[in-house]
Design a protein around this ligand. Sequence first.
Ligand code: GLN
Length: 643
Amino acid sequence: MKYVLVTGGVVSGLGKGVTASSIGLILKACGLRVTSIKIDPYLNTDAGTMSPFEHGEVYVLDDGGEVDLDLGNYERFLDIKLTRDNNITTGKIYQSVIDKERRGDYLGKTVQVVPHITDAIQEWVERVAKIPVDGEEGPADVCVIELGGTIGDIESMPFIEALGQFSYRVGAGNFCLIHVSLVPVLSVVGEQKTKPTQHSVRGLRGLGLAPNILACRSTTALDENVKAKLSQFCHVSAENIITLYDVSNIWHIPLLLRDQKAHEAILKVLNLLSVAGEPCLEEWTSRAELYDMLHERVRIAMVGKYTGLSDSYLSVIKALLHASVAQGKKLIVDWVPACDLEPETAKENPDVYNAAWNLLKAADGVLVPGGFGDRGVQGKILATKYARENRIPFLGICLGMQIAVIEFARSVLGLKDANSTEFDPNTKNPCVIFMPEGSTTHMGGTMRLGSRRTYFQVMDCKSAKLYGNRSFIDERHRHRYEVNPNMVMHLENSGLSFTGKDASGQRMEIVELPNHPYFVGVQFHPEFKSRPGKPSALFLGLIAAACGQLDSVLKEDRFSQKIGTGKGGMSNGLKGRPSLVPFYYRVFPTWFAEYQGHYDAVQSSEYGLVIGSLSKGLVHTRKLDSELLYGTASCILQLRYKL
Ligand code: GLN
């Protein structure tokens, strides 16, 4: 096992997480198997109790781990499935050491930060790095470890000490340290300043860690003389100094690394040059370029509680983005604070109220995300009612689904006090109730967390079709309350359809309004499994419906099942055949319709897009007119994969 440690210097917020994920991605693109560990030096055991407003969203893993949102970046970039142990916190380490102490495992010794905490950190890293996360057997080749915080923080000291010992123990050739730093440009003179980086590298060295590579954040590429200076003062060779200058979207970061040959520098340090190949990032490049060129907009209103900090709903935004790019649309997210839609606000602050309603009314689709507590619930109910009555595409996630059911019960069944017992424990019409999976008396740890299976109840519904007509799906959960099974018949008799349930049939997982263009609520969080190039089915449904393309997507999804591109994208790594064909199919549906799925090759050429059908003995060239070309040209030029 080889290790890449990513540390940060000078200031926080340099995008260390994205840099570390991009490093993982480029190594994976060189044909290596990659896993990752995120170290958060805070005392919380996990992120489950942390406010999304302060810390960004709580990311949920298959095993029910509630972790830092950076793990989401790793899962999305590397297309892997991490475990809760891939997120180390000071709380977890201390807890494990204190548990051991209580068991008497230290045999009467004084238990200390060094060596007991530092040993525990090293053991944890070594153990977790071996867990396979990419669906294959055996440990990965490389583990990317990201150390949260900034060098010099008091909290990270035990980790720095442990990692210093660790690098010595695993030995040169197995450990590569990448230090992400800042090279500010002073506006007065426009000069790139190296001093902050020099200081932070000195700090790092003082703590026993010597960087192999410097990744410098800056607004523009580093001047050669600046690189030379950094090299001289930081003792890092100039070819190992990479600039991460500002780019139009984060998908360009792996490409920046590739263009500056960061992979070669890393592979050299890790003695892997002979086993790794050239990075294969064609599909990734096409997508990054396509993203920049999209111009036709799709507006989604996000009706949430924490609209002040977009990181609070990071995975939802990413999932919307994946779906929009797949549909060839530029995503515009309009943040609508749920409270602002409420009559209270109309009285107190009519301008704010009107602005919120105007945003909602201008949207092509409405999304009500998950949440806890009753603030903004009334506003979410009003937004949902608006989407239902005006036939605006709607996706309700977790609390959003519960809201959809409450709204329906109130407006359609006429149960004026219908509510969730989370908000009104004494409601006479509890359509959402507390349904713990374990004990009904024990309150602690009663959240339903992690991957659970949903079985489709009817195949002729939008969600089943979007999921490719599978009979069941596994998605991640994080909730306590659920639709009251005793009210399901009543709701269904009035037109709501519970199209997905758990194995017992008692837990409602998906709800739809069949007579609406797209009205879907889900108890789970599909956003956590969305990937660039593999958008989540229900987000794709929302975006497609919002652009009036749902019908063609429903057809195309069946199509992509038939041609077996379901496992496309980066998941196949080097060995697979990443395919852009579903994308072309979506953008040019009429062309493909002629072939009814019987074609064997699609390729770009100077004449346009070539579609070949061996079984029909035909090769057709379709000229791309300039309209269509706009926004897709670069993508087409990248298309080199044959089916
Ligand atoms: N508060 C709701 C529950 O606990 C919804 C949770 C969520 O949206 N994640 O069931």
